[in-house]
Design a protein around this ligand. Sequence first.
Ligand code: FES
Ligand SMILES: [Fe+2]
Length: 467
Amino acid sequence: MADYRKDHRFADPNEALDYEPYRHDYVLPDWKDTSAKHKKRPPQDLGTDYPTDKEVYFSREVMAREWDKIWSKVWLLVGHLTDVPTPDSYMKVDRGHESVLVVRGKGESVRAMYNVCQHRGARLVDKDFGAAKKFVCPFHSWEFATTGELLRIADRETFREEAICHNLNLPPVRSEVWRGWIFISFNDEIEPLHTWLGKDFIEQMAPYDFEKVLRIRDVQQEWPANWKAAHEAFAEGYHVQATHPQLRGAVDAYHTQVDLFDNGHGISVYQFMSPLPQFAGKLPPGLVEEHKIFLREAGIAEADFPSHWSEVPRAIINAKLARKDYVIDYSKFTEGQLIDDWNFGLFPTTEMFLHPEGFFIQNWLPHPTDPEKCFYQVQVYAVPGIGELPSFMAVENADLSGKHVLNRTYIDTDDLANLGPVISQDRVMVPRVQQGMKSRGFKGAVLGEQEIRIRHFFSQYHRMMSA
Ligand code: FES
Ligand SMILES: [Fe+2]
């Protein structure tokens, strides 16, 4: 009989690890002061089966059903009040085959309406962000108020009264504003936003200065992969060791704290400034570049840098807590929130990486016609007045005056330079998965517990798809 050990490349299961093995109920260490303020959700056993039939990544029929059963049913985070800062400023939101105009009203109100002329169906507006007194259709110049009301029909006398006597205003789309964030839904019957997000999930976001932030980066790129395949690479930290080797010294994505919430939402906390445990023993005792960058950003002078990497998280936390008269009140946050990457996942694909200084928000949006393509969107929002921008934002020279609304930049599908070093590595990996999964030689994804958020996503996905 073949010797199991010899024929397999697995590590000896009895071999002692010199680090705490992964558990999906992992809780951030006590010194990070999370246990008191952070209600850890009990772990869920989501089984060991294939999470899905693989056709969900290729099938046009599934794609059409996803639109009806998922994308048309949920709340979608589409932007921030500061993206539409003045009355009658607007943004255009494209999701799948739909296009929506979100217009700022009085105070903190917004209204959303379909971006489609009621004459013959032409798209009304092309710009992503702007301000207008009215919307004029480029085809035959019908005019609509920014409330959606039809104002003018060109050559009105040539229309018989019966043809135009019904409601020809732009149809409304549900919208809600929560702490500055704008959400829309194509589901007129959807539950209120706060119940969709859930109380515990909202509580975890309480300390962040959502109301103050400005968008300083906005990039979109077409990716040759299904939106789910692309998003999955961002719902697990398991790939960091192989795909992002430069982060091995400064991101412990192995000891990730995961919380699974209702409606498919989840939180992953990646421990910044701690090395991946598999590599910690091989690290030289000094600091890697990421440690130095984060120490500097916390306002620590080079002469005061700790000498060993293990002292870096504490040094950064102490420096932030000692900061007085700073634009951010760090005392509101747990120690873990001061340093780690708190990644809030909103079903279906929004991933919000939250730090006290700002937010890195990513979406993988469905393509209107092709299930094997999606649009990657990254938006970075920062708190004005923070000084040097943290490196995780991957932004240089941001305008934080609040005087201008940033435009969206569309980059070529093969442009890696404008994605930044980390995301470009994911961009290369994701299409390999899309291509490989199609093979007759692939049965479906095998998931470890580090990838439990993918299982959790699919439990919500299948629940909605079969409703
Ligand atoms: S389609 Fe808009 S005015 Fe004709
Ligand atoms: Fe990645």
